[in-house]
Design a binder for this molecule. Structure first.
Ligand code: ADP
Ligand code: MG
Length: 701
């Protein structure tokens, strides 16, 4: 686009704007130019032919009315005057008020004329009233399309007379000077043909002024595709350039450690999904390019053995490997199970966390440096600078969502020369579309199959009135040798309240499960790690039948004999958290239960969450619902990325378009990696232009 294009013009100079409105548009919407302005899209369309009757108008409604202005009167206030009007339709009367622009408005509005009015209903001095309504003569309004676009607004915009109708008028003035020549095509012609997309000029005019559903649909489709296509081009280029930059260690062979483990130690058949993923990882490790792979798999899907077998490949090729867990408890558990799994194979496994101190720590660090230790298992203590490897070949991080991006990057520098391969494992499934944006530059492997023989956990919703029945049920299960988790929510702001909650819960429980007969372990976040560990062990070993805990057990604990999970105040947990918690049971052969205790009255969202939990145990489905309920920005682990910044497409509802966009972006980059073909010139220019806005993209992960 040339510098002289009207699109580059300052918004101030558009008819109907002027410098003071331009200032407000910049402050409120970040709009400087005509191009900025037309790139704010309507978020919905109201049907212009539908009017609310005044008698049905309620406080807080945004309404469109049609009626007659029957009076207009200046009222003197103490400091300044205001303007009030009465507006009437066949069903009743409502008051209109203006506090600003009184003179101008009283001169432009005509009493006894029919108007179409748009505004938000308030209560003013005990009466229904519409402050600063937007008014248009009914005769004029009738000439316009039936679709009334609605743009996101702010209070200031409304007050400064930049409401929806004014903005529409500004847009109309803009489109009077814009023509097709100002919207050169930026998508490859081939794509337009294959996908039957409308051209850019049509897209922009139709999105703001659709005559009918056909135009609106075409416009939105084209603009969404365009947005997602360029997003994917960006992501894929970042990924490509990193692959070129980062030479990886080459693990050519699978050797004795791997083979002996497979033959002598692995006491179950790998699932098809596990085999597939191990193959994907093996390919990466042999490819000369540093692996950056995200492994997603629901709780209990068997990610650990995949990690372990990858680590075995590393040591088969003469390198060390490490695995990081987010908590001490989980790290301990990994250490135990990995040590057990490789016993007798001559593999040295070390453990490192903040609690490993003194002589032990010193020895460990020395063994690590001289290569005596093959595997290091631990917490983020591994990231600290004094922890040096002889030659780290593979770093695995478990439960990624607890692990900051920056922390992960610190693993890269553990080797002086070539960075280790990285495998990131997460049990919080990320919806496909989100994965394609947020982690679009990582390769993704998915374990979508549970080991055979697992009985799905039965999930039930209960309220306080059911308490006695639940106690009875618990006693029956304990009598059969089962164990039970009871979890209380963690309130970030108030650790003290948590503790009270949990303490109270524990004491009530004691009324029914007396000390002489039952052992109850208690674990919460404010305990010293040694005490925590002791309580955990009482439960792991089966001495305690019940464990009462705050969410500290959320991550990764494995007690196959525990078959009941009771979640107190379940309405206070997020969906993914509930799903994680439920994953703690259903690991053994017995039928397991998850009981969601809530209060009786629930908000809409809480109800949806509970309903979803009772209905499905598919982690991906749950993640999708979670994203729909909370919006993508809130999904764990994605907030810090800040990459999901879309103007028109939605990561939640446009996953089809996203997939199409990624497909074609991949295809085009395969054919023409640097977009240097003539047919891609316009695409490349546009891409370069938007890249300027996302300078720190290379650092996403
Ligand atoms: P997660 O993916 O949640 O980390 P784990 O790796 O802890 O799951 O595996 C859960 C349990 O399933 C472990 O006890 C593990 O030994 C077992 N397991 C893993 N893969 C299989 C399989 N293919 N067949 C049977 N059991 C398996
Ligand atoms: Mg795990």
């Amino acid at each position: 686009m040339s510098v002289s294009s009207p699109l580059n013009q300052k918004i101030e100079f558009v008819k109907g704007v002027g410098s003071s409105r331009a200032e407000v548009l910049f402050q409120e919407l970040g709009v400087r130019t005509v191009e900025d302005f037309i790139n704010i899209f309507p978020f919905r369309y109201d049907d212009r032919s539908e009017f609310v009757l005044i008698k049905d108008v309620r406080h807080g409604d945004s309404v469109q009315l049609k009626g007659t202005l029957i009076s207009l009167e200046k009222v003197r206030g103490r400091n300044r005057s205001r303007l009030t009007g009465m507006f009437k339709d066949a069903s009743g009367l409502i008051e209109l008020t203006w506090f600003q622009g009184v003179k101008w408005i009283s001169e432009t509005l005509q009493v006894n004329c029919e108007y179409v009015l748009y505004g938000k209903v308030n209560i003013y001095r005990g009466k229904r009233s519409i402050p600063h309504p937007e008014m248009e003569l009914a005769t004029k309004a009738e000439n316009q399309s039936a679709y009334l676009p609605v743009y996101a607004s702010t209070e200031t915009l409304g007050r400064k007379n930049l409401g929806i109708r004014t903005r529409r008028n500004i847009l109309m003035n803009i489109f009077q000077i814009l023509g097709p020549q100002h919207f050169p095509e930026i998508l490859p012609g081939e794509l337009l043909r294959i996908l039957k997309l409308c051209n850019r000029y049509e897209a922009y005019t139709w999105i703001h002024f659709p005559e009918n559903e056909h135009e609106r649909g075409h416009a939105s489709n084209r603009l969404k595709f365009e947005e997602l296509f360029f997003l994917q081009l960006r992501i894929l280029q970042v990924k490509k350039s990193r692959e070129q930059k980062l030479r990886g260690l080459v693990f050519e062979k699978v050797g004795n450690y791997f083979n002996r483990f497979y033959r002598e130690k692995l006491n179950f058949e790998l699932t098809g999904a596990q085999k597939r993923v191990i193959k994907e990882i093996r390919n990466d490790l042999g490819s000369q390019i540093q692996m950056n792979r995200l492994l997603q798999g629901d709780v209990g899907s068997g990610k650990t053995v995949v990690a372990l077998m990858s680590m075995l490949i590393a040591i088969d090729n003469g390198y060390q490997a490490c695995i990081l867990a987010p908590t001490e408890i989980l790290a301990q558990q990994h250490f135990q199970s990995i040590s057990d799994s490789v016993r007798g194979l001559g593999i040295q496994v070390g453990f490192l966390s903040g609690s490993v101190k003194g002589r032990t720590r010193k020895d460990l660090l020395r063994f690590l440096r001289d290569g005596h230790i093959h595997f290091l298992v631990g917490t983020h203590a591994i990231l600290e600078d004094p922890v040096k490897f002889k030659n780290l070949g593979l770093a695995v991080t478990d439960e990624q969502h607890r692990f900051g991006v920056a922390q992960r990057a610190r693993l890269w520098v553990k080797n002086v020369d070539i960075p280790p391969h990285i495998l990131v494992m997460t049990a919080t499934p990320i919806p496909r579309t989100l994965a394609m944006t947020t982690y679009g530059d990582l390769d993704v492997s998915i374990i979508d199959e549970l080991p055979p023989g697992r009985k799905p956990v039965k999930t039930i919703h209960k309220v306080e009135a059911d308490r006695m029945r639940i106690i009875k049920f618990m006693k029956e299960e304990i009598a059969q040798g089962r164990q039970i988790y009871i979890v209380y929510p963690l309130i970030e702001e108030s650790a003290i309240l948590d503790l009270e909650n949990l303490q109270q819960g524990y004491e009530e429980l004691r009324n029914y499960f007396p000390l002489q007969e039952y052992q109850i372990a208690v674990v919460h976040g404010r305990m010293k790690s040694g005490d925590k560990e002791m309580e955990m062990q009482r439960f792991v070993k089966g001495t305690a039948q019940i464990m009462v805990a705050t969410t500290v057990i959320e991550v990764g604990v494995n007690v196959p004999n525990a078959s009941i999970m009771i979640i107190e105040n379940a309405e206070r947990f997020g969906l993914s958290q509930l799903h994680q918690l439920r994953g703690r049971v259903g690991r053994g052969a017995d039928q397991s239960f998850c009981i969601l205790m809530t209060k009786t009255l629930l908000t809409h969202y809480a109800k949806e969450r509970i309903k979803t939990m009772c209905k499905t145990d598919n982690g991906f489905e749950i993640a999708e619902v979670d994203m729909k309920l909370r919006g993508p920005g809130d999904i764990e682990g994605t907030q810090q990325s800040g990459v999901v910044d879309l103007k028109i497409a939605s990561i939640v509802t446009d996953s089809k378009i996203m997939q199409t966009a990624r497909h074609f972006a991949l295809e085009i980059l395969d054919k023409d990696p640097s977009l240097s073909l003539t047919e891609h010139k316009a695409t490349k220019d546009h891409l370069d232009q938007i890249k300027g806005k996302y300078k720190n993209w290379g650092r996403i992960s």
